[in-house]
Ligand binder design. Structure first.
Ligand code: MN
Length: 195
């Protein structure tokens, strides 16, 4: 059984960049629903119960087809949101790791490229910084798909579903993204880079 993890900070901790009401609904309703539905989907898959979520998502194509979409959507939802909460922090982290500025030329170049990917993701999905072997790449995925099944390790992820920003930013996704940079937890990002 998977459980909804704590946020690690209060709902209003990321104000004014991400508002308390959005955080509360996002965590307590959206993420909680992904966890509940993931557990429900796994009931018919005893051989997958007790496995880490990363493993389940990496081998998603091995899940029987009648349960696969439920596991992909809700398992992905659980994994992605857990990472999302962990890579944010009130006041943000210190500085972006040097590996990122090195890989993309400068922090501004990285930010511009990541932002373009996040703005350009049509409909619901995520923008990612991933590690593929020794390379760092910026990609995006649709809905709750994760980079894991391509054996890419997510380092930083940004939720661009409307539920992540609509209450405060309405249709202004670029404004939400610009604000989000203020609360990125670079300490966690650095840790993920080094594992
Ligand atoms: Mn979300």
């Amino acid at each position: 059984m998977f459980e909804l993890p704590d946020l690690g900070y209060s709902f209003d901790a990321l104000e004014p960049y991400i508002d308390a009401q959005t955080m509360e609904i996002h965590h307590d309703k959206h993420h909680a629903a992904y966890v509940a539905k993931l557990n429900e989907a796994l009931q018919s898959l005893p051989e997958w119960q007790g496995k880490p979520i990363e493993e389940i998502l990496k081998y998603i194509e091995s899940i029987p087809s009648d349960a696969r979409n439920a596991v992909r959507n809700n398992g992905g939802g659980h994994y992605n949101h857990t990472l999302f909460w962990e890579t944010m922090k009130p006041g943000g982290g210190k500085k972006p790791p040097e590996a990122i500025t090195k890989a993309f030329g400068s922090f501004d170049d990285f930010k511009t490229k990541f932002t373009a990917e996040a703005v350009g993701r049509f409909g619901s999905g995520w923008a990612w910084l991933v590690k593929d072997g020794d390379n760092l790449e910026i990609i995006s995925t649709q809905n709750q798909e994760t980079p894991l099944k391509e054996s890419k390790a997510p380092i930083l992820g940004l939720d661009v579903w409307e539920h992540a920003y609509y209450l405060k930013y309405q249709n202004r996704r670029p404004e939400y993204i610009e604000a989000w940079w203020n609360v990125v937890n670079w300490d966690t990002v650095a840790k993920r880079l080094n594992t």
